[in-house]
Design a protein around this ligand. Structure first.
Ligand SMILES: [Zn+2]
Length: 392
């Protein structure tokens, strides 16, 4: 089956290009013409991380003529178990720079455009507009909804992937040809309910499985071959080594791609997705203390109760001495309040302060009055109080 190619063929291939891409050119259905399409095509990869890494390498190797890379992060040690475009010597370097170098090692003829910007509703349309296909490898909900809405408004197909622990999902969203992301996921999950890879961990090699499906789909769309993954959501379980294909449909009432759209321009996606522990209407922000104030309080005559709401695996890496583990889930279920004293000051911490802000908020709602969130969590504690512990 052949879908419609979304890229016109451009200039003719040079002799060395025919040789470089010979094993593509030999495939019936790709040929010289298909390779000329790839060389003329432009793909934007949002996020030079776990999913972006294999996608970038294969798009470059395949001869995609122009590859845009969006990222504002710098390479960190915790990235290297899965983000294979970056290496040990890149730590501290902007990811776009390191990813560009990796792309050029694979194929120096690719035109790389670095977008060292955080995509937001003010710049997304301008960044995405010139590309043929968008590969979304981001790890946060506000950017996913932003990329989706911008692609719907611009009529672009967008190849989305998502990973956590041993599980991955991948699909092609393309309004007019199938559902968009919002048709299938109309509402973001409650803030904080889905752990990020930084909180929950991710099986590094899973990125190769999902990111390579994303680049496969992008290249198929550019060539106009096969059946794109529009209208199908692939769900991968690396532990069972299964790939389930779910049929997903466009929603005529979708607020962005439906027949009567209510979202006709880009919105504030951080607000739309919410912030864990954020105050509801009429509520004050949760009280907070710094890690220095926490250290002082813990050393005082009558120290507060310090509660750690992180998971067991995180506590095994680093922990504040004396902290009592009570998982965030027990705050959500209310079970935590059966054991938390009401006559003692309580300080709550997590990794960086988001989950503990939610726990603090829940404690306030449960009637606790002397409770505060430890700003910056154990990562701030390690940076400012106890550098002998291991950050993660
Ligand atoms: Zn939709």
């Amino acid at each position: 089956m052949r879908s419609e190619a979304i890229v016109e063929t451009g200039r003719q291939l040079t002799g060395p290009e025919v040789t470089r891409y010979a094993r593509h050119v030999l495939i019936p259905g790709v040929g010289i013409e298909g390779q000329e399409r790839l060389v003329a095509s432009k793909v934007l990869v949002v996020g030079a991380g776990g999913l972006g890494s294999p996608a970038l390498l294969y798009l470059a190797a395949a001869g995609v003529g122009t590859i845009g890379i969006v990222d504002t992060d710098v390479v960190e040690l915790t990235n290297l178990h899965r983000q294979v475009v970056h290496s040990d010597t890149d730590i501290g370097r902007p990811k776009t720079e390191s990813a560009e170098a990796a792309v050029h090692r694979v194929n120096p003829h690719v035109n790389v455009i670095r977008h060292d910007v955080r995509l937001d509703s003010g710049n997304a349309l301008d960044v995405i507009r010139d590309y043929d296909v968008v590969v979304d490898g981001t790890d946060n909900f506000p950017t996913r909804y932003l990329v989706n809405d911008a692609c719907v408004m611009l009529g672009k197909p967008h190849v989305w992937g998502s990973i956590l622990r041993f599980d991955g999902q991948v699909s092609v969203w393309w309004a007019g040809h199938g559902p968009c992301y919002r048709c299938v996921f109309p509402q973001p999950p409650p803030p904080g309910s889905v752990p990020s890879c930084a909180e929950g961990g991710v099986f590094g090699v899973l990125c190769a499985a999902i990111g390579s499906v994303q680049s496969t789909e992008a290249i198929k769309l550019l060539l106009g071959i096969g059946e794109p993954l529009t209208g199908r959501l692939l769900v991968h379980d690396a532990l069972r080594q299964t790939w389930d294909s779910l049929t997903v449909r466009a929603d005529p009432d979708c607020p962005v791609c439906g027949t009567h759209p209510t979202v006709t321009e880009l919105i504030d996606y951080v607000e739309f997705c919410g912030v864990p522990g954020a105050p509801a209407a009429g509520e004050e922000p949760v009280p907070s203390v710094t890690v220095h104030q926490t250290a002082e309080a813990l050393a005082a005559q009558e120290p507060p109760l310090l509660v750690d709401v992180r998971g067991e695996e995180e506590r095994a890496i680093a922990a504040i001495p004396g902290a009592v583990p009570i998982h965030l889930d027990l705050f959500r279920s209310g079970a935590a309040f059966r054991e938390l004293p009401r006559d003692r000051r309580i300080l709550i911490h997590c990794k960086v302060g988001g989950r503990s802000a939610e726990a603090t908020r829940l404690a306030l709602r449960a009637g606790y009055t002397d409770v505060a969130n430890v700003e910056g969590g154990i990562i701030a504690w390690i940076e400012q109080i106890d550098p002998t512990q291991t950050p993660y």
